[in-house]
Design a protein around this ligand. Structure first.
Ligand code: COA
Length: 128
């Protein structure tokens, strides 16, 4: 688990990046309850601001109810509205739920790279 200080630093870095790029990670709230259950959005990550990465993370208690897919679809639509034509995602090989979310959104595997944490699968989605 990362430390609270590490997460605070990474949130500050993300917010600073948003002022430069105009893309962001956004909170996911359930309409009926209004509670915060995770985030989803676009980041430059390992890609570019023109063809950014989609990213998401939800609390465990909110998993497996379709929330990540619903949120990611909304982000995809927003990316289309900005005129973007392609998105990327990088996923560790063990992350079956994330692969499934991307599959449901129409992402396809492009290539695999390796870093100090092991293999990383690159998936891409051409936007209409
Ligand atoms: C990835 C993550 C955001 C998915 O959130 P979620 O709200 O549970 O996703 P959804 O419910 O929209 O869809 C999950 C899909 O994966 C499937 N799934 C879950 N566990 C699975 C497994 N072990 N093997 C195969 N499929 C699996 C679910 O059945 C569902 O597919 P279905 O709709 O066809 O049944 C969530 O697991 C998470 O926060 N993980 C930790 C952070 C993370 O890994 N982020 C992505 C980094 S690349």
């Amino acid at each position: 688990m990362p430390t609270v200080e590490h997460i605070q630093e990474s949130i500050a870095t993300q917010l600073a990046a948003t002022t430069q790029t105009g893309i962001a990670l956004l909170p996911i709230r359930r309409r009926d309850v209004g509670d915060f259950i995770g985030y989803c959005g676009l980041i430059v990550g390992r890609a570019t601001v023109e063809e950014p990465e989609i990213a998401y993370e939800l609390f465990r208690r909110a998993h497996a109810r379709g929330y990540a897919t619903e949120a990611a679809r909304a982000v995809l639509d927003a990316a289309i509205a900005t005129g973007r034509t392609r998105l990327w995602s990088t996923v560790r090989t063990w992350n079956a739920p994330s692969f499934r979310v991307l599959e449901k959104l129409g992402f396809a595997r492009d290539h695999v790279s390796t870093d100090d944490r092991g293999e990383l699968v690159w998936l891409t989605c051409v936007l209409p």
